[in-house]
Design a protein around this ligand. Structure first.
Ligand SMILES: C[S@@+](CC[C@H](N)C(=O)[O-])C[C@H]1O[C@@H](n2cnc3c(N)ncnc32)[C@H](O)[C@@H]1O
Length: 296
């Protein structure tokens, strides 16, 4: 667990998932440069540095970047930015190619508990969900502004929610009486409308769908992974840890590219890791290697 103080003395924390497996897969070489495209609590970056690498780390969340700057790692350059701008960020930091790039998708534990982001169905905060506050549209804008059909579409497509129609209908009838402005309002509506399913909270899939749309999470990932392939030197590794099937499908599609080889099988967390950190249960790690340019 990473727990450090920021300037504002608010702890930033995240329990890393598949940490050793991901950094083993990168095959870090001393003195080489790596990109950690999702800095978060910094455990992946720290592990790369521990194994002799230099790191350019990126995160949308200014708190993650601020925290890592306080730890003052000489071999770490952390920048706030969106990994959809991966090539531009890398080049503007004076780097043309790298030996490896790692993505650990999703949210940090810190973000889930940050009331300002409104990402958790376990609290009652403004329904925002923007990881980057410069984005124009919040989750509340979508919930109160989309048509019933549009809501059904995003809940089905990005949440794979089987009760999408029922939930959309309840949202539309409720918002006529009072706009849905908080995570608590939305969670209550969903909990009343649909049954609980196993250990999964009934609001999980709708919250996932809204977060994906608000942040264009899948579009950013697809664009970024393609840029990553252009930045890797021959033999360089791309390692991605994903947490749901829509992300994983985008990662898996890289295997169709002619310039990469798939390395090993998909890695899943051990029983022990899942028992210690239930959030890891859906994680999948895929590794690719950039092919050497063939000599004619
Ligand atoms: C699961 S956390 C990473 C945890 C990290 N590996 C660690 O060891 O602490 C995912 C991070 O990705 C960041 N993120 C999500 N979308 C992003 C994007 N489009 N560009 C850059 N960072 C992004 C989030 O802000 C979050 O901090």
């Amino acid at each position: 667990m990473v727990e450090e103080e920021t300037n504002s003395r608010v702890p930033y924390f995240h329990i890393p998932v598949l940490l050793n497996e991901a950094i083993d897969a990168l095959q870090v070489k001393t003195g080489q440069t790596y990109i950690d495209a999702t800095l978060g609590g910094g455990s992946y970056s720290q592990e790369i540095i521990k194994r002799g690498g230099n790191v350019l780390a990126i995160d949308l969340d200014p708190r993650a970047v601020e925290k890592s700057q306080i730890s003052i790692e000489p071999n770490l350059k952390a920048v706030q930015g969106n990994y959809k701008d991966l090539t531009e960020i890398t080049h503007s930091n004076g780097i043309q190619t790298v030996s490896g790039i790692v993505y650990d998708l999703g949210l940090s534990s810190d973000q889930l508990q940050n009331p300002a982001l409104g990402l958790s169905f376990n609290s009652n905060d403004p329904l925002d969900m923007r990881l980057d506050q410069s984005l124009g549209v919040t989750a509340a804008d979508l919930v109160n502004g989309m048509t019933e059909e549009e809501l059904v579409h995003i809940f089905e497509k990005y949440g794979e929610e089987m009760y999408a129609k029922k939930i959309a209908r309840v949202i539309v009838s409720q918002r006529l009486k009072r706009p849905i402005k908080t995570t608590g309002q939305l969670t209550n509506l969903i909990s009343k409308a649909v049954p609980a399913r196993g250990n999964i909270h009934p609001a999980t899939r709708v919250f996932q769908a809204l977060r994906i749309v608000v942040n264009d999470a899948l579009g950013n990932l697809e664009s970024s992974l393609n840029q990553a392939m252009g930045l890797l030197m021959p033999g360089g590794r791309l390692v991605v840890v994903s947490f749901h099937s829509l992300e994983d499908a985008i990662v898996k599609a890289l295997s169709e590219r002619s310039d990469v080889s798939v390395v090993g099988a998909v890695i899943r967390p051990s029983f022990k890791e899942v028992a210690d950190n239930p959030r890891s249960r859906s994680a999948k790690l895929r590794t690719y290697e950039k092919k050497s340019v063939s000599k004619k």
